[in-house]
Design a protein around this ligand. Sequence first.
Ligand SMILES: *Cc1c(COP(=O)(O)O)cnc(C)c1O
Length: 387
Amino acid sequence: MNPITKAIRIQTERTIEMEHSTPMFLTSSFCYDTAEDMRAAFADETDANIYSRFSNPNVTEFTDKMAALEGAEAGYATASGMSAVFASFMTFLKTGDHLLSCSSVFGSTVTVLNKYLPKFGIEVSYVAADKPEEWEAAIRPNTKMIYLETPTNPGLDIIDLAFVGQLAKKHHLLLNVDNCFASPVCQTPIEYGADLVIHSATKWLDGQGRVLGGVVVGKKELIHELYLFCRSTGPALSPFNAWVLSKSLETLDVRMERHAGNALHIAKALEGHEKINWLKYPFLHSHPQHAIAIKQMKNGGGLISFNLKGGLESGRNFLNNLKMLSLTANLGDTRSIASHPASTTHAKLSEAERQAVNITPGLIRISIGLEHVDDILQDILQALESC
Ligand SMILES: *Cc1c(COP(=O)(O)O)cnc(C)c1O
């Protein structure tokens, strides 16, 4: 079956009620008929659930669908995207290891890399997303993992997955890709050699701004290691959130098609606008890595970013004059969202750190929703008039 079909048809075994839609398994633990059954479950001799911090039918249904969509052998779901990111570091890195990251990553990930990993004696260094020629020289004898996002947040740079996949293979490094911005129906990094793929399920996977969640997928042995870390440390996804997310995956492909269609239309309409000095969307010919984008992505995704000529002041005016777009700290929603990274997602970084990840005072990121494309464009255009 096609992964899109699997995302709809993978289903927890029906209960005695023969329900069509999977019910919620709101239970902390699971029962056994006999001491022997219980012993076998604890000895990992069966797939029986034990305790919802370890596994739960709703969570398993969600991770099985995610593994299918990403072309991965297995997956493990967590309470948020950040717990997935953190678990992927703590499971596979130890004191003395070095992690090489692309310089443009999600704000909280930057905090983990700069503030928390060094506490455990893990070295971190960065390479520019748009300078692949510098990546190999940045690999050290103790480098263990390459970490990247593509498209990057919020600059929407594109990193060549085939190139990094080969680099990681050549140097025997774990390649860990945060695939949140693209979504698995747009891009599947495992094809290019990624060992681990991470998502904040909070974004496009839910797609309706309701729940937090995260997931890591990859080879069976690696996910088993990660499972053992999470099983003991506790960042489990709640069954309720997993139930919501599993349902959401059934519509992911159609939603992303419309998000991307709307985004391309709006990006084309805004390109060259007098108030903007640049606009980036992966499927525009003007995007610096357009050739890579069309090679590895099925569509350009639902995010566009642009820089207002008027800088910080214009950024504030733009947000204040929007009538429909939401000002909120999220992306990947049916509702279009405008954000100003310098004052929100990346506000905790120093000015120097912001500059290092190309966050300029006038940078605006828009998550294009599923409202009628004319209404989204109209709201952006009228807000630009005040900039
Ligand atoms: C939101 C986000 C995260 C963190 O996910 P949460 O669910 O908010 O914890 C990680 N990476 C990227 C690219 C994100 O956009």
